[in-house]
Design a protein around this ligand. Structure first.
Ligand SMILES: Cc1cc2nc3c(=O)[nH]c(=O)nc-3n(C[C@H](O)[C@H](O)[C@H](O)COP(=O)(O)OP(=O)(O)OC[C@H]3O[C@@H](n4cnc5c(N)ncnc54)[C@H](O)[C@@H]3O)c2cc1C
Ligand code: SF4
Ligand code: SF4
Length: 423
């Protein structure tokens, strides 16, 4: 979104392709942001709106890039428009269809913690405010069609493909969380009171499904909550050897927010090292310690459950080598980042050893990929937080702008990407 806005503000025409029915990325699902604890929705929603209203940006939601071919000096991209079963030109976002629909389905936006209807506007601040129908769960009862005074519901809508001619492509496909069940010994995906950190974000978010923190297993308010750090990063057994860079900070942030939401609760963070590398981050960590968050240095070996479904964490303490077991009400696995592009990429791009998009010359051209004219930004190139993603978006906008202008002028780019790759 930020790269699109920066380029559009310079006068370039931008097509923004988003696979979900709304833009916003992971950020729109978060509660508050470290290190300022600003409301995430309050920062993201105006950006989403600016993208939607920018005259130079063509917003293509619920679309997937299918393929990219070289064409002349640029590219021809084939894009699939997935059917919403709702006419985007007619839908007003009034939600009458949603109120009429009798089918309840689990909400991916709320990480399965909440539910919504088979037809719905994706979430309250979604951009665009256009309904989408989940055909796999639809009864085809026709109630939404009758309720829609705009005549927008179209159960016969088909997928469509179209093409876009582009001078350059920017990969901004972001990250996915390490699957919660990746480390079987932690019981993620099996024990209901062992959850992923985006679930905790939804518990803590003002827009979340409950407006409070509770145990998914039985709905009780937890009084003892633990975080297991590096539960999917710096782990050779998973093939994820890198540090995901945000997990320490989001765990510290969530611990502070929980201390505010549940003042009587004890919060423990089991860690190998705490990495607080950014501006103001070390102070943020110290504030959490001052608030009473317990930091326990050790290596968590496994998690099992007692009869009351309380997770029991088995940890080897680094200080004295003792192995202890501690019982908590709720455990959050601080999962790492995997590249979203890795599994779904339609663009043929060289990847690094970490499977993120390779940046052959990061010191010379930090956003140039191994393919001339294709750039990368944000967590598509590697783990980073929002601040660094925004900086990277500004950098990619500058690089793209220079690339296009140099080609228009008939000059050779000073840091030609193929040169960089050879170097
Ligand atoms: C639990 C948690 C808490 C966090 N808290 C903070 C915080 O407090 N402060 C902070 O600075 N950072 C935080 N982060 C990190 C933050 O989420 C990321 O830095 C940020 O979301 C990266 O933005 P991005 O645009 O690179 O990727 P994403 O947010 O992943 O966005 C990528 C977008 O690309 C779309 N996409 C992917 N593949 C395709 C495709 N093939 N076709 C079309 N579209 C596609 C996705 O749907 C998505 O909309 C947190 C992360 C987690 C996991
Ligand atoms: S599909 Fe119809 S009823 Fe549903 S939100 Fe759109 S206009 Fe309203
Ligand atoms: S047709 Fe499908 S989406 Fe529409 S109301 Fe019936 S079940 Fe819900």
């Amino acid at each position: 979104m930020q790269a699109a806005l920066d380029l559009a503000d310079q006068g370039f025409q931008v097509a923004l392709v988003e696979r979900e029915p709304s833009i916003g990325g992971k950020m729109i699902t978060l509660s508050k942001v470290f290190p300022t604890l600003d409301c995430c929705s309050c920062i993201t929603t105006p950006k989403m709106s600016a993208v939607a209203h920018h005259p130079k940006i063509r917003l293509l939601t619920y679309c997937e890039l299918q393929s990219v071919a070289d064409e002349g000096p640029g590219f021809r991209a084939t894009v699939l428009q997935k059917p919403r079963y709702v006419d985007a030109h007619k839908c007003t976002g009034c939600r009458e269809c949603e109120y009429a629909c009798p089918v309840t389905v689990s909400s991916p936006f709320d990480r399965g913690l909440g539910a919504y209807r088979a037809i719905r506007v994706p979430f309250s601040t979604a951009v665009p405010q256009i309904a989408v129908l989940d055909i796999d769960n639809c009864f085809l009862c026709g109630k939404c069609e009758k309720a829609c005074s705009a005549g927008a519901v179209d159960l016969l809508q088909q997928p469509e493909t179209f093409e876009i001619a582009a001078a350059t492509i920017v990969m901004a496909s972001g990250f996915d969380l390490t699957p919660v069940g990746a480390k079987k010994e932690f019981g993620g995906g099996v024990f209901r009171n062992v959850i992923d950190p985006l679930m905790m974000e939804r518990f803590l978010a003002p827009t979340g499904p409950y407006g409070r923190v509770l145990r998914p297993g039985d709905g009780k308010e937890p009084t003892s909550i633990a975080y297991v750090q590096c539960a999917g990063s710096r782990d050779q057994t998973l093939g994820v050897e890198y540090c995901s860079r945000v997990c320490c900070m989001y765990a510290v942030k969530q611990a502070m927010l929980i201390s505010g939401a549940l003042p009587m609760a004890e919060v423990t963070i089991y860690y190998m090292d705490i990495r607080t590398f950014g501006k103001g981050y070390e102070q943020f960590y110290q504030n959490a310690q001052a608030m009473g968050v317990e930091f326990v240095r050790g290596k968590v070996a496994s998690i099992h459950e007692d009869a009351e479904k309380n997770p029991i964490v088995k940890v080897e303490l680094t200080d004295d080598g003792r192995i202890v077991e501690r019982t908590h009400d709720l455990v959050v696995l601080s999962l790492g980042m995997l590249p979203a592009y890795q599994s779904r990429g339609a663009v043929d791009l060289p990847l690094g050893n970490d499977h993120f998009v390779a940046v052959p010359a990061p010191n010379a051209s930090p956003c140039a990929t191994g393919r001339s004219g294709i750039f990368v930004t944000g967590t598509a190139m590697g783990p980073m937080d929002i601040v660094d993603s925004i900086v990277s978006a500004g950098a990619v906008a500058a690089a793209v702008s220079a690339y296009i202008r140099e080609r228009q002028d008939g000059r050779t780019a000073p840091h030609d990407q193929q040169e960089a790759l050879r170097a």
